[in-house]
Design a protein around this ligand. Sequence first.
Ligand code: GLC
Length: 536
Amino acid sequence: MASKVNNTSKSSKTAAENKAEKKPAATKNTATKATDKKPTASKIATASKKPAAKKPAEASKPNAATAENKTAKKILFVTAEAFPFAGTGGLGEVAGSLPKALNNVGADCRVIMPLFGSIAEKYRQKMTYIGQTHVMVGWRNQYCGLFSLTNDGVTTYFVDNEYYFKRDGIYGHFDDGERWAFFCRAVLEAIPLVGFKPDVIHSNDHATALVPVYYKTEYASRYGYNGIKNVFTIHNLEYQGCYPSFILGDVFGIAEHDRWIVDFNWELNCVKGAIESADKVTTVSPTYAKEIQTPERGYGLHDILCRNAGKLSGILNGVNVEEYNPEKNTSIAKHYSAADTSGKTECKAALKKECGFEDDKPIVAVISRLAGHKGLDLVKGLLEREWLGRANIVILGTGEKYLEDFFAWYGGSHKSAKTFITYNKDLAHRIYSGADMFLMPSGSEPCGLSQMMACRYGTIPIVRRTGGLADSIHDCRSGGGNGFVFDDYTVEALCDTVNAAIDLYYKKEWKELMLRAMNCDFTWDRSAVEYMRLYE
Ligand code: GLC
């Protein structure tokens, strides 16, 4: 479950202290030099005069789609994270790619996210100050600044409040319930201020789950808000945003007669509230959409999801094919493509050297959060069975301590293994390009992106049949196919499948398999078209 509000009195007190002592970024600001015509997020922090809010119309530059087409579907994409600004994983990747893909198929999609303290100065410098408003969080009246930045064809609005967002880490603070309640209300309050009334508000995961709840219970009947549709996407149902029931009014500001919407299992459950309130609920693969309606994978919400099955569907994510492109990526040793794969041999030689592998066996890669449910306990079991006579293995990631410790020890004490306990994108590209096989034996996987990234590099995925892995990887042993798929969540099943892959590696069919994997369509355009249909 997601982080909880453990101590509401503490959270309220801090919020009160905040009111008294801590001024928000944009109001700390004082004078902008006469020459500084456009205040930016970073200048504002040091200047001495409050910047005048621009008129909404001029504050938000329309995307290309609206400039040409006034009838473009207007989507406000709400997220706690988006690359390149701030992100911890899959949701950040999706929010960094899908809005652009939607704009390419005729939408006017804009993103809204918190102005985290960690957002790089180079982006802050380019932000435009739109204005400020106040947001009620229960009884608290909190400052909310708004900035915008158009990057790579997508306009992003940033919600500023340093008290809530100038902290290390996106999630996991003692007052997450209060922080996300603030953000969700701020999103709705921002609509008139930025001058962008969406046709659809598309919220993502637990941190944004109160947006459809607030819309249905309060905003739908307010002037200027009528007729907006709400879509809510579940990227991982394990995180539901659960908080103690007594913060309903005090922090969420939800009336007692609306308690049933978020009430679940003697707690407040934000994702449950979003499922009840949104017009459409999606998840990130068709198989996961079915799985979450079962007790095994519903994490307690299967009944609620079954009852709402009519509005539930699954749309498989894509990957950023420009970035994950062996023809162009600048981090890899040599470029290659499906038409000429010879560069992959050099990439493999470079990876072999970087890992200190001594022989020419196939290289098996794992790039993952080191968590049990990602199947890393199976990988641990595989290594404990001394299978490595047949291959070298490279592991990249951080995560649960017992797994970090095991893989660090294993990599340090076996010549056929190398472990990097870190996350480094350049190194990830070097591994994808140099490895032959990619292990992803997840216990559950809503979508998974790495298996698609591996395919782009002609690195053959070995996956367990679950969620998005089942939808994106098809077993080559049953004809066609772009990888290896097994069913049982056991070390034996993983061992057998890895052995089958190593057998095939030495045969001429391997090259055909590589080409099929490289030629798969994992573009965002395919997903974007499906989302556009959903928004209708
Ligand atoms: C979450 C899921 C992952 C998915 C990603 C993007 O991180 O665990 O399977 O690919 O979100 O939707």
